[in-house]
Design a protein around this ligand. Sequence first.
Ligand SMILES: [Zn+2]
Length: 183
Amino acid sequence: MKNIKQRKKRRYTSTEEKGNVSLKKGAKIDINDLHEKLGHPAEEMVKLTGIYMKLSIRGKMDNCENCAIGKMRQKNVKKGPKEKSSKLGFCFHINIALSKFTSAGGSKYWFLAVDEATHVKCSLFLKQKNDVKEKFIPFLKEFQDTYGRHVHHIRCDNAGENQALENACIDKELGIVFEYTAP
Ligand SMILES: [Zn+2]
């Protein structure tokens, strides 16, 4: 027990209040499990909580789909009257984030697209942000051909790679309207 770093006592009110995490002192837990149990706080918070609860945290924090979707929702919320679509494939929210891991193939970026109405997801790993057009357009086409669903809107921030994706969609005459939100 000597090895456990002594930290100044601090209050972790928000996580303590979750209450339903019943883990014994010294229990081994995967960091991703703990992240989920605590209600998806940031990595730093998970680690601090682990120390505070005297847990033995294992593994590395992975990309969390729930967190990414949550962030996307916050970011892409339109101001003004809400018209949420309920038809499959009507509106995809897309986001590219720097992945915490580089895959064996050298992919560094994590791309996630979520359909607003159905939460159908498309998760891709990219070497470069600009690869999004080569990888995502086949998905959009397949989605259209297989399910007969037309994607009408894509909501994303106005980063260069998203604008390049829009241009590629125009080239392919996919008829998708891009709605840009502030990054
Ligand atoms: Zn999470």
